[in-house]
Design a protein around this ligand. Sequence first.
Ligand code: ZN
Length: 328
Amino acid sequence: MLWLRIKYRLGLLYKTILFKLGLGKFLLKNRYGERILIFHGIDKTGETKYNSRFISKAFFEKFIQYITTHYNVISLDDFYQKKFKKNTLNIAITFDDGYLNNYKYAVPILEKYHVPANFYITTIHEKAPYLWADFLDIVSYHTSKKEVVLERNLYRKNNKNEFLWNGISMKNVAKALPYDVLKMIYEVFASDWKTLPPTTYEDYWMLMNAQQIKEISNHPLFTIGAHGETHASLIDIPLAEAKQEILNSKKQLEKICEKPVTEFAFPFGYYNKELAHYCEEIGFKRILLVDYNSKEDAKNDSWKNRFVMNPYISMEQQLACLLKGSYF
Ligand SMILES: [Zn+2]
């Protein structure tokens, strides 16, 4: 991990120096191919103090404007049908999690530039108004609590606003918790959430409601896919529960959209063959990942890896990494 981090930093440093020397154009040339991009949240300012996945709407617009001018931005349908252009980068756009901020900030920009996109929705709505990770990020940042107990373990807050027990963050523990246990986190921080007030931070946690999901689903540029029910790491919770999450998220979205939902994106990109095959068995035609677990998985035409946007780097660096297809 440390070596990867050093390599990553050196890679960025090298790119920054080239851009400073005015030689950045060499990084943006002749590195072509196909990429499916993943965006998460879009906010007004690109605030990363609550999580590391949000970019500003100004950056988003600049980026969309650039890629639609210089590259071939296509729908995921066309991407799967390999309707690629040669000698350019072919790009499809996806959003994970189902944030309201996608609807508020990203959709108008995508419409303005006529860019198709697919939205993978976590269907937690019936159980909670937020995803547990965002709840935890926001309360951890604002709470005055220094210690909390979860499942008899004492977690202490560090200077990065994370609660740790034996060096493990509560967020990492939570990924693998069945939802009934996970709910205890909401109870532990219930009074903190109440005093926030949460509406001040709604861009960082509020999810789209059923009506907004349906509106996106009916839009000619956009497609809705599933992303699990509670955003648990499906490979870490009991198998029966993981299958239930996958099936329920499909059913709930089909009820909302009144049409078949045939795409599934694994939360955190964590998958295994058994779960991916289960997705196919129940009618998902496209399985969206982050990284393939093996070279063999890359041969499966309906499974696709995706490229995660990085909010910590400049637009030039982002483009250079995107063209390379890697941050290293
Ligand atoms: Zn997600």
